[in-house]
Design a protein around this ligand. Structure first.
Ligand SMILES: Nc1ncnc2c1ncn2[C@@H]1O[C@H](COP(=O)(O)OP(=O)(O)OP(=O)(O)O)[C@@H](O)[C@H]1O
Length: 219
């Protein structure tokens, strides 16, 4: 007789007790603004979670801490697997074309050239911007730049995808395609955290987490 051990599901991302304050003003009128006061967040595999909260509540600050772009004053973050991040302001190189961005990021992610090209083709098709493949970033419209920003975060098919208001500049067709991409990630067991301002999107999430007074509260 064999006795099976309970299968253990590993969380994709666990953040606990995150604290962050910013120093503001200049001496002698300096003060500290406590933005995060012990925020916790867990993402399970295949979960699509919305992060909401009023303007200035600290959503972007928390996301920057989750990706390691900002150091918390206290707390821990652990991620199992690869991580993709789409910041609110696209971080692109104005003189590089879309193709050149994908090549550069593919190398940074240590992808083989074939894997990078395959993923790039799929992303051009999924988000509908192949015709801008050889256009420089400084000549792209805001919406196309947002597609490139999202495409770069998705290139290496990360286990955890963190998106800071990804669809603000998208037209309706792209917005629908975006949610199709998110649904595919859920089905393949990938996790997605999205900062969102649209109440209308609420039913698209598996779970909504509200950031209030520096802490995360389930909705
Ligand atoms: N680098 C910084 N230095 C000082 N204060 C900052 C800095 N970044 C953010 N803040 C302040 O921290 C607070 C939280 O900002 P954050 O951008 O994280 O909020 P948010 O919830 O993402 O806001 P929004 O919904 O408007 O995008 C705000 O009061 C902001 O002014």
């Amino acid at each position: 007789m064999t006795i099976g051990l309970p299968t253990q599901t590993t969380d994709a991302l666990v953040a606990s007790g995150i604290e962050k304050s910013y120093r503001r003003g200049i001496w002698p009128v300096r003060h500290r603004q406590d933005v995060l006061r012990g925020a916790d967040l867990t993402l399970r595999p295949g979960e699509v979670v919305g992060l909401v909260g009023e303007n200035g509540s600290g959503k972007s600050t928390l996301m920057k801490i989750l990706v390691g772009a900002l150091r918390p004053d206290a707390g821990t973050v652990s991620v199992s697997g690869g991580l993709g991040y789409c910041p609110q302001e696209p971080v692109t190189y104005e003189r590089l074309t879309c193709n050149e961005h994908f090549e550069l990021f593919g190398r940074a992610y240590r992808m083989s050239p074939e894997a990078e090209r395959r993923s790039r083709r799929e992303l051009y098709e999924a988000l509908g911007f192949e015709r801008y493949a050889t256009t420089r970033a400084d000549q792209l419209s805001g919406g196309t730049l947002a597609k490139l920003n999202l495409g770069l975060a998705l290139l290496a098919d990360p286990e955890v995808l963190l998106l800071d208001e990804p669809y603000a500049g998208f037209d309706w067709d792209t917005y629908v395609r975006f949610w199709e991409l998110v649904a595919q990630r859920r089905e393949s067991g990938r996790s997605v955290l999205i900062i969102s301002h649209f109440v209308a999107d609420e039913e698209r999430f598996d779970r909504i987490v509200d950031l209030r007074a520096g802490r995360t509260v389930p909705r």
